[in-house]
Design a protein around this ligand. Structure first.
Ligand SMILES: O=P(O)(O)OC[C@H]1O[C@H](OP(=O)(O)OP(=O)(O)O)[C@H](O)[C@@H]1O
Ligand SMILES: NC(=O)CC[C@H](N)C(=O)O
Ligand SMILES: [Mg+2]
Length: 501
């Protein structure tokens, strides 16, 4: 789940891009990058593996000159995790274009071959984002003008929609011209627009989540619509157009379950409120299925589950206690690369306050259970802390299908729920009772009153919204990106770290 940001301002944007990326850090911890463009159309790039605070030092920031720029936070779902595949990517022709992408293309291989056949375009990485950029570049090539006009940009994005399959929320910068941003026709990945008035004129920001708009003191205007492209020229003039033939708003449901920050508004929905409603739905299910429960205390598994757990405890009428303390210097474990690191980090990240567990029947609440990495260790920690009984509630249904749209969950057999009943999962996790959210309840908890027609719920029900995913593709990504092949490719991938610029 990467994070993207783009700004067109009337003063230097390097610091604002940095600040915006810091509040998008929860969307990816592997790499970060910023590219700016000065008034002469010269690009300045700094990107590398690592967290935002580690990638950018003063010596980099002072060289990121210009009043427009884009930024990216990476959590790899394609290619390998060397810094050569960090973003933004860049092509010199036509015009000089940089791009940052959140999502995952599902026809990357076909497109890559096409780009060489038609354009002799050599792509040096295995990143799908570099393919997306080169398809955009190819389509912009058709405009014969020296400076592309908004209609040329919209025509090119319409072609991108026709050629690219999968999920993309992307921001791109054209040297000396401006910044554009567009979402795939299903709106699987999020993107919002912010603006603010200054003495020199209007400034705009586009970002994955509204938190970035908030902390940069812009006013949240709206979401970019599925299929829509917005373009802000270097003077701050705003243009937009729907570029898809048949847009259907169907955002990824996992954004609301886990990825997004609770303080974000996404497609008109408060993430925090939707998580609270998940807690309410789950409390009702517990009352139905375990009416004479003997739960003494509700305990969240920090961080993401806390909104749901607090509301669940309120609706269940059981006391809520923060029985696990999170190490604020350890990041999100689910998006860490490889199972070894995830396992090790869960124990470093969370520790139990024994007195909250000793002799009690505890209900642990998590937002989701995917590989079971967190739950397996947490349950043992609760028992070691003296819990009498350990129950576990998941605010999301069992994850049983791979994600192909930008969440690195390519292998079903890595999921604890794969080929297991709830009873069998409960045994595997070592809990005394396990309850999952039902999918209809999850959908209604999120979609209270918005114009979302449906969600991409593929990781729960195997219904892939883009309609082009078959068993062959799932087999292919499993082989390419299961934990073992990723480790091998990252070790043996003798990329000479050739950045694409
Ligand atoms: O079953 P698993 O494979 O462990 O995945 C699910 C867990 O991973 C995530 O936590 P994470 O530590 O990533 O982030 P958080 O601090 O935002 O909860 C999520 O919130 C669950 O706790
Ligand atoms: N999580 C994402 O959005 C990943 C973006 C892109 N597919 C990459 O691997 O770099
Ligand atoms: Mg968690």
């Amino acid at each position: 789940m990467c994070g993207i940001i783009g700004i067109v301002g009337h003063s230097e944007v390097n610091q604002a891009l940095y600040d915006g990326l810091t509040v998008l850090q929860h969307r990816g911890q592997d790499a970060a990058g910023i590219m700016t463009c000065d008034d002469d159309g010269k690009f300045f790039l700094r990107k590398d593996n690592g967290l935002v605070k580690d990638v950018f030092h003063t010596r980099h920031m002072i060289r990121l000159k210009g009043k427009m720029g884009i930024g990216h936070i990476r959590y790899p779902t394609a290619g390998c995790s060397t810094s050569a595949e960090s973003q933004p990517f860049y092509v010199n022709s036509p015009f000089g274009i940089a791009l940052a992408h959140n999502g995952n293309l599902t026809n990357t291989k076909v497109l890559k071959d096409e780009l060489f056949q038609t354009d002799r375009r050599h792509l040096n990485t295995d990143s799908d984002s570099e393919v997306l950029l080169n398809v955009l570049a190819h389509e912009l090539q058709n405009s014969s003008k020296l400076t592309p006009l908004p209609e040329d940009i919209f025509k090119a994005v319409a072609q991108v929609h026709r050629r690219c399959k999968g999920a993309y929320a992307a921001v791109a910068m054209i040297s000396g011209v401006g910044v554009m941003a567009f979402r795939d026709p299903y709106g699987i990945r999020p993107a919002v627009i912010g603006k603010r008035e200054t003495a020199q004129g209007t400034e705009y920001v586009v970002a994955s989540e509204s938190v970035a708009v908030d902390i940069l003191d812009y006013e949240l205007v709206r979401d970019i619509e599925p299929g829509e492209c917005v373009f802000i020229d270097r003077k701050g003039n705003f243009y937009s157009q729907q570029c898809a033939d048949n847009p259907i708003k169907s955002p990824c449901i996992f954004e609301y379950v886990y990825f997004a920050r609770p303080d974000s508004m996404m497609d008109g929905i408060s993430v925090h409120k939707s998580r609270m409603r998940m807690g309410t739905k789950l409390a009702h299910k517990i009352k139905r299925e375990f009416p004479d429960h003997d739960i003494d205390v509700v305990i969240p598994i920090p961080d993401t589950s806390r909104s749901a757990a607090l509301q669940l405890s309120y609706d269940l009428g059981v006391v809520y206690r923060e029985g696990f303390i999170k190490n604020r210097y350890i990041g999100r474990t689910f998006i860490m690369p490889g199972q070894t690191m995830r396992k090790k980090s869960v124990r470093q990240k969370l520790n139990a306050i024994d007195l909250e567990f000793r002799g009690k029947n505890v209900l642990l609440v998590d937002d989701s259970i995917v590989r079971g990495t967190t739950s397996q260790q947490i349950v043992q920690m609760a028992r070691d802390a003296g819990a009498n009984k350990v129950y576990l509630a998941s605010a999301a249904p069992p994850v049983r299908f791979p994600n192909v749209y930008g969440i690195d969950m390519p292998s079903a057999n890595e999921f604890v729920a794969h080929d297991r009943s709830v009873e069998e999962i409960s045994k595997e996790l070592g809990v005394d009772w396990l309850v999952y959210q039902d999918l209809p309840d999850l959908v209604s908890a999120i979609n209270k009153k918005s114009d979302v027609e449906r969600f991409d719920t593929s990781c729960f029900d195997g219904e892939y919204i883009t309609g082009d995913i078959d068993a062959n593709y799932l087999y292919y990504i499993d082989a390419m990106r299961n934990d073992l092949s990723k480790q091998t490719s990252d070790k043996s991938n003798a990329v000479i770290e050739l950045h694409n610029n």
